[in-house]
Design a protein around this ligand. Structure first.
Ligand SMILES: Cc1cc2nc3c(=O)[nH]c(=O)nc-3n(C[C@H](O)[C@H](O)[C@H](O)COP(=O)(O)OP(=O)(O)OC[C@H]3O[C@@H](n4cnc5c(N)ncnc54)[C@H](O)[C@@H]3O)c2cc1C
Length: 446
């Protein structure tokens, strides 16, 4: 009951935010886009706001339009924006820019919605650190705010001796190095709990893995952002960025296009810049840095197929053993909050972040992979469902044992002031979102 109450309130807030756009002094507001109505008279800042590593909000000068400009209204940008807005003493000082007319329409709504345990990414990676703390923060938030979620647990299944050894390595690593709970499931228990699942050489269970309704999570974060007085600019695509003072020491100027029709360009200024643009993050990065620091993004599409049958029945997430060098975690069985089964994502390298149609030619390979652990699958009941694209900084390595594993990039960008840059926020970005937000706040203010 609390959930629907919370969501009803939040949707109302979204609408109110789009319509009212929380105008700041000197700004007009107009429906559906904030920035097309902003005419800014940028005053050059005279202070070096973030040149020291320790800055308090009160030290930030209010001579720009905003204190914080966060680019990207996915789950990560939302988490960061609400974190910064809640800690800001100046109402309206955090601006969240999103190119679409709604938040969370890209990767954040095209994933497996799994709350990961953090078991695949090595002992020292940011992915491990932020996934483990993000998981705890996420479960707490879900419980406090009534966000639909379920602690389903997850099984990783081995069919061969080599896969069993891979599971043993995962078990040793989790229990000895990162202290994430894992347990072996005996054959009798496995047959009793999930009779349809085949696991010839063993089952390793991650009891802290779960699932979440990512849309409810994003609505909740948006509600918190709004409650803290944040300014949401929908239909506002950042197209150019100028570091003022040459390196951002005097703030940041953003040129923003109204994507809702007029195509009008506006500029705004902010003390700090947070690049959380997901699939667009490398393009944003390249707007700022000199040519020799430009990067390239690679797009790894994951296709999902939904299952229309009620049999075989499975109530745990089922994953194959991890394969070193594979760009994903293997085609797994996930459940949504309603208990509906879906299979995916596979890995298909594509050239465009807009290539989001499900590649049906992948179905036969998906069936082959899934039948290894779910032999009774009725393949005639599989339907193309949706696809999501991983924002990759290289062509390989979803798990640390593989070649070319690439960690999240979340950093103050060298040579610039007040710019936190987030690149390659692929899985487990949803799980890590709240921890990423805390990290960004600390990078700015500690
Ligand atoms: C197939 C797949 C499965 C996954 N499964 C899981 C999982 O089970 N668990 C998990 O923890 N993680 C998972 N992930 C990862 C997770 O979905 C992402 O890490 C997370 O959603 C990233 O959120 P984001 O806010 O960084 O990016 P996005 O959701 O992509 O948001 C970025 C936003 O920036 C906006 N934007 C881009 N450029 C501009 C611009 N120039 N101006 C204004 N706005 C701009 C976009 O419109 C977009 O809304 C999965 C990812 C994929 C692809």
């Amino acid at each position: 009951m609390y959930t629907s109450f919370c969501l009803a309130i939040t949707s109302e807030k979204v609408i109110r935010s789009i319509i009212q756009s929380r105008p700041l002094p000197g700004f007009r507001s107009r429906p559906h886009t904030l920035l097309s109505s902003l005419s800014t008279h940028h005053q050059q800042s005279h202070s070096r706001r973030l040149s020291s590593h320790t800055v308090s909000v009160s030290q930030l000068r209010a001579d720009h339009d905003f204190t914080h400009a966060v680019i990207g209204g996915g789950v990560v940008g939302l988490a960061i924006a609400q974190e910064l807005a809640r800690r800001s003493s100046r109402p309206g000082s955090t601006l969240l820019l999103e190119q679409h007319t709604a938040v969370g329409t890209e990767t954040s709504s095209r994933n497996s919605e799994v709350i990961h345990a953090g078991i695949y990414y090595g002992a020292t990676s940011l992915k491990t650190e932020l996934c483990i703390s993000g998981k705890q923060l996420l479960y707490s938030l879900c419980e406090k705010e009534g966000i639909p979620h379920r602690r389903t647990g997850k099984w990783i299944v081995a069919q061969t001796d080599a896969q069993r050894e891979a599971l043993q390595r995962v078990y040793d690593f989790c229990t000895q190095e990162i202290h994430v709970p894992m347990r072996w499931v005996g054959a009798e228990e496995a047959a009793r709990r999930e009779p349809a699942v085949r696991a010839e050489k063993g089952v390793l269970e991650s009891p802290t893995t779960g699932i979440i309704d990512s849309h409810s999570l994003m609505m909740c974060l948006l509600g918190k952002f709004e409650d803290a007085g944040g300014t949401l600019a929908l239909g506002s695509r950042v197209e150019a960025i100028t570091p003022l003072g040459g390196d951002g020491s005097q703030g940041w100027k953003l040129t923003v296009r109204d994507t809702t029709g007029s195509g009008e360009l506006s500029t705004i200024t902010a003390d700090t810049l947070i690049n959380a643009a997901g699939l667009g993050a490398v393009a944003v990065h390249n707007m700022i840095v000199p040519p020799d620091r430009r990067r390239k993004m690679f797009y790894a599409k994951g296709n999902y197929f939904s299952y229309g049958g009620s049999s075989p029945k499975v109530s745990t997430l089922i994953y194959p053993a991890p394969e070193p060098g594979h760009a994903g975690l293997g085609t797994h069985l996930t459940l949504d909050i309603g208990g509906r089964i879906k299979f995916g994502p596979d890995v298909e390298w594509v050239d465009s972040p807009e290539d989001l149609s499900v590649n049906e030619s992948r179905l036969s390979e998906t069936i082959r992979e899934v039948k290894k652990y779910l032999p009774a699958l009725d393949e005639t009941l599989l339907r193309p469902d949706y696809a999501g694209i991983r924002p990759k900084l290289g062509r390989q390595g979803a798990v640390v044992s593989g070649k070319g594993f690439i960690d999240f990039v979340i950093q103050r960008e060298e040579g610039y002031h007040g710019w936190i840059n987030l690149l390659g926020i692929e899985s487990p970005g949803l799980t890590s979102s709240l921890a990423i937000a805390e990290k960004v706040r600390k990078l700015l203010y500690q």
